[in-house]
Design a protein around this ligand. Structure first.
Ligand SMILES: C[S@@+](CC[C@H](N)C(=O)[O-])C[C@H]1O[C@@H](n2cnc3c(N)ncnc32)[C@H](O)[C@@H]1O
Length: 278
């Protein structure tokens, strides 16, 4: 019989083993424990002790366990104020500077809600500008299941709860007989979806905006997230923007990053003309 009903102590050991944060998992612990218990049973481990030892030795087992630890909670236009700032200030600023092409990286994109929110906003900007630069969007996640769902582009009504009716009618097709909505094919174009782990080397590209929301800085221990964040920031163009989750904080010593206006979760990489630090 499987004895992995991890008490707090065992769950904490599992998080430690994977470099994950206790605090980050406080709200989702129950569901995650259930998944891990099933994984342990299916992989033939009778006790959490054996499972934890095996995670140190079996790369495949560990990769699957890491995937099962991921949380996909998201929704369209999460954090309204962010999307307003993007529309009114950040994107006009970037468009002004880059006439030809803008590059955006959605790091840890889950099932694509954030990516398609951006695609919708970008489309809406067509009305404000005569010509827009070409948009190159890279959307990455370490969970293949989430990426496949993102590519499919079908969403529940609850994930669209912040989408106004007229926007839903214009950009989504309701699946027949279901409360599910498919993003129009046009808005799925121009997005590159890739499997990528944020703890590994970032893509060899420079971006105007990086969305890094509700993943690295929430679910990982600071000693793991800090060096990964440094590498991610290195991929931002001077003057580029990093967007983190509204409840997240960057480590204080990010000297090359400035808060954007009064947003604690939008940071701009210094260009040569900016001098203050956070
Ligand atoms: C809570 S969702 C956030 C989705 C979206 N960024 C948002 O804020 O709405 C967290 C996502 O981060 C991904 N993730 C967590 N750790 C990751 C890692 N090390 N590398 C890549 N993706 C990761 C998870 O698979 C999940 O899809």
């Amino acid at each position: 019989m499987c004895r992995f009903d991890p008490g707090m102590e065992e769950f904490r050991r599992l998080l430690d083993c994977l470099g994950l944060s206790w605090q980050g998992y406080r709200r989702v612990r129950k569901g995650i424990k259930k998944r891990i218990r099933r994984h342990m049973q299916e992989s033939g481990y009778a006790t959490s002790e054996q499972y934890l030892v095996a995670l140190e030795q079996d790369k495949e087992l560990r990769t699957e366990c890491e995937r099962l630890m991921t949380v996909s909670i998201s929704r369209f236009f999460r954090d309204r104020a962010l999307w307003h700032a993007l529309e009114k200030k950040i994107l006009p600023d970037i468009i002004e500077r880059n006439r030809e092409k803008i590059r955006v990286w959605f790091a840890g994109c889950a099932c694509g809600e954030e990516v398609f929110s951006f695609a919708i906003l970008w489309d809406q900007l067509q009305g404000q500008f005569n010509t827009l630069p070409v948009l190159e969007a890279l959307a990455t996640d370490m969970n293949t299941v989430y990426l496949e769902k993102a590519k499919e582009g079908v969403f529940s009504r609850s994930s669209l709860k912040e989408v106004p009716d007229e926007v839903r009618a214009k950009y989504f097709l309701r699946q027949e007989g279901e409360e599910r909505y498919r993003i129009m094919p046009l808005f799925r174009m121009g997005i590159t979806w890739k499997l990528h782990n944020l703890l590994h080397d970032p893509p060899d590209e420079s971006f105007d905006i990086i969305f890094l929301r509700n993943n690295l800085l929430t679910y990982y221990k600071p000693e793991i997230s800090r060096p990964a964040l440094q590498k991610i920031i290195a991929c931002l163009m001077p003057g580029g923007y990093l967007v983190i989750g509204s409840h997240e904080k960057v480590p204080v010593n990010m000297e090359n990053m400035l808060p954007f206006e009064n947003f604690s979760y939008i940071l701009q990489k210094k260009d040569r003309t900016q001098s203050s630090t956070i």
